[in-house]
Each structure stands twice: as C-alpha cells, then as structure tokens.
Design a protein around this ligand. Structure first.
Ligand code: ASP
Length: 324
C-alpha cells in the first residue's frame, strides 16, 4: 500500500513539474528586427514610441497567423511586408539611396522544413520585395534572381510594378544629399527581418533591405544571400541578420550560427554570441541578428549601440525594444 502511495506521489511531482515547465516554454512565436545601428534617442526625433508601435503592429500581424495555425513562412512574409510599408525602416518604402541616386532593394526568404529558399536583388519597382522573394521560392527552380529578371517574373505572375517615385522619401533624400559626396558607403544602414516557429515545429526566416546608404549601384549585400543574411533549418534555427553586409557575406553569418549549433552543439545563445560579439566585433564589423530555434529559444544579439527588435511567443512573452 505504502509502495503505491510513493509511486503516485512521484508521478504527481513529475507531472506538475512538466506542466509548469511546458507553460514557460513557447510552442510557437516570432522575432523581428528593423535594423541594427548607431541611432540615438535624439536622432529618432521624438518618434521612439512610433517606432515601437510600428514594430508591435508587424509582430502582431505575424503572430496572429501563427496563433490561428498558419505556417511560419506565411507569418514571416506578412510581418516583413508591414515593415516594408513603413517609412521608418530601411526596406521597401523606407529604402536608402545609392551613390547614383537610385533605390535598389534586396530580399530573401527560407523555409526550414525543406530548405526551400528564394531571393531577389537590386529590384527597383517592386513595392514588397519579400513577396517577390517568395515567388522565386514557390514558382521557380532558382534561389536568387536579380534586377530586371525579378521584375519580369513579378509581372508574369500578374503583379504590377510600382513607380519609383513611391520609394523616395523626402527625409531620406535630405540625408542622402549630405552623404553622397563621401567616398565610401556610410554607416547608415538598417534592414528588416523576421523569424518564426509555427505550431508544427517548422521554422522560417526572411530579410528585406534597401542596403547601405551611398552604396555603388549594383552592389548586393548579405540580405538576399542565403547563409549570409538569412537561413532556416528545422534541425536547428531560423536567422535573419542586419549589419555591414560585406562582412556578413564573408563570414557566412547565418549559416555559421546554424553550423555552430549543429556541429559544435552550441546553444543558440552561445552560437550567436560567438559570431556577433567575438568573430565580427574583433574585425570591426557592426551588426546583429535575430533568431528562434526549434525549441522556441530566441536570440537578439547585436554589437552596435542599438537594434530595433521585438518578439512575441506563445508563452505570453512579448517585448519591443530599441536601445540596450
Ligand atoms: N545588411 C544590409 C546590407 O548590407 C544592411 C543592414 O542590415 O544594415 O545590405
């Protein structure tokens, strides 16, 4: 009799622990960024709250898709579209300007379930480049399509091109006028990205950007490069990066985080710290990343002074942040 009592007691304790533990562990959720950089409170011109609200709006739209049982890739695409339509972030409507005065946007998306991926680079007349990246993934046998080819695909699929005047923001033009005399691309960067884990355990990642202010026309950064700016693999993690793209390409940042987790058995926290705070920081490469792993752990690591970022998880945790 006594023996049975102890077995029941043991089971009760184990099950209660499990219940408490699983309540804390998110089943699904998403993380976003709106770029890492060196903005200060003053440089946001009193719009800090508006930036936070814009990020929350984007997070909520993607989260709702996950909550209703939608898939990670749809959540990522929907979230990024909202960020692309917002003039605050360097993607879509808020894109920066090249040395030649053009606006050239890059985007990519990846599904962790099957490693399907799509990307576009140097598009000038597509309102939401992330949708074009999704088209490349879903409708073609390719991964990356550039410039005119991407715009032709867009038209062929029944969508309209957007007049380039839509992308020119007055404030951005003023900034560009100050920067264009400089020899190099400036530190003025940004980008938007989203990563998601859905209720079925599938991961997805996406990134969209106008690139770096004053870049040479035709320059392509890390954002549309699978393994550099974006990567998702159900075995490990989904990642979207932001920062000085040339370094992110050379260090295969997104893939490297995955590889450290897979082959070195690092946790997400260890892997993202190693790449952003050690490897990149040591060579003076600025930027950051957002990530969510297959167990719902998240990372928002950056070595700049700030990164627009936020997350919402099914364990009710929700935050939007800008500074450290
Ligand atoms: N990584 C982007 C690029 O190099 C810019 C950024 O994220 O800030 O094009």
């Amino acid at each position: 009799m006594k023996y049975r009592f102890y077995i029941f007691l043991f089971l009760y304790v184990v099950l209660s622990f499990k219940a408490v533990f699983s309540q804390n562990k998110p089943v699904y959720g998403l993380v976003i960024h709106g770029g890492a950089g060196f903005a200060t409170r003053e440089s946001l011109h009193g719009k800090e709250k508006d930036y936070l609200n814009a990020m929350q709006l984007a997070i909520d739209s993607g989260y709702r898709i996950l909550e209703r049982g939608g898939n990670a890739v749809d959540a990522v695409e929907a979230t990024i579209q909202i960020l692309e339509n917002c003039p605050y972030f360097n993607a879509g409507k808020g894109s920066v300007i090249t040395k030649a005065g053009t606006i050239e946007m890059d985007a990519s998306i990846m599904e962790g379930k099957n490693l399907k991926a799509g990307a576009v680079a140097g598009v000038r007349r597509i309102k939401n480049p992330i949708r074009a990246a999704r088209l490349v993934m879903d409708k073609t046998p390719h991964v990356l399509i550039t410039g005119k080819g991407a715009e032709d695909l867009w038209i062929k699929q029944g969508y309209e091109l957007t007049d380039t005047s839509y992308f020119y923001d007055r404030e951005m033009l003023e900034k560009w006028k100050k920067e264009r005399e400089k020899e190099k691309m400036t530190d003025k960067h940004g980008t938007v990205g989203a990563v998601a884990l859905d209720q079925y355990g599938n991961l997805a990642a996406g990134t969209s950007t106008g690139g770096m202010m004053n870049k040479l026309p035709g320059r392509v950064g890390d954002s549309p490069i699978i393994g550099a700016g974006t990567y998702a693999n159900n075995e490990t993690v989904a990642i979207s990066c932001t920062g000085h793209g040339e370094f992110f390409i050379k260090h295969a940042v997104a893939f490297q985080v995955h590889a450290l987790m897979k082959f070195k058995k690092m946790t997400l926290k260890e892997a993202s710290y190693t790449v952003i705070q050690e490897e990149l920081k040591n060579i003076g490469a600025s930027g950051g990343l957002i990530a969510i792993d297959k167990d719902g752990n998240i990372s928002m690591e950056f070595n700049t002074s700030m990164m627009f970022r936020g997350y919402r998880l099914s364990n009710k945790k929700n935050e939007v942040l800008i500074f450290k």
